[in-house]
Design a protein around this ligand. Sequence first.
Ligand code: HPA
Ligand code: MG
Length: 218
Amino acid sequence: MDPKKWIDVNSESFQYSLDHFVIPDHYEDALSSVLIPHGVIMDRVEKLAKLIVQESTGPLVVCCVLKGGHQFFADLVNYIKKNVTRGNKTVPLSLEFIKVKSYSNETSGDVKLSLTDEECKEFSGKNILIVEDIIDTGKTMVQLLAKLRKYNPESVKVASLLIKKTPLSNGYVPDYVGFAIPNAFVVGYALDYNEYFRDLDHICVINDHGKEKYAIKN
Ligand code: HPA
Ligand code: MG
């Protein structure tokens, strides 16, 4: 078993009832199931951190893709620091943040990146680790990578907590993946639906009522 191979979360066997976990009251009617409980997420993030330390060859610029990536980024960086203090391999880290916005309701619009030219120049000659919450169609990441590579980094790797098994995928697969998930819209652990559900610890599947309740209405 390759430890870098993701955990395949299969919709039939891996859907937990909401009743078995603590869910904020304000979201209970908007979710259909818990897909990945918070504790399982944390255990998998710890393992990804360990693999990243083992495979790193020098200082890393860990680059958080906001907003959805912030929780995974924070936990991953914490585990990397702990791993470094436990083992004898040290990996100096510096932290960067990129804001990306590509979703309104569920449909992907155009990808907007917040990087200025000046900020991008900082990446020249560095080993970059991009930290993203989810690869869905792959469109955002392919555009982001194309943009970053123009600034001649030494290397660029990508860690994504989730990859969605969707027919709309462009085939892009990151270097590190936590879980492959079914083709459903998921929220929680900083993943949002129109800015809601970031304050939910577990990764859950939103239901039709939730999509309607939190839709952007024009
Ligand atoms: N949930 C939240 N954000 C997303 C998703 C998803 O399923 N896919 C792409 N961005
Ligand atoms: Mg994202």
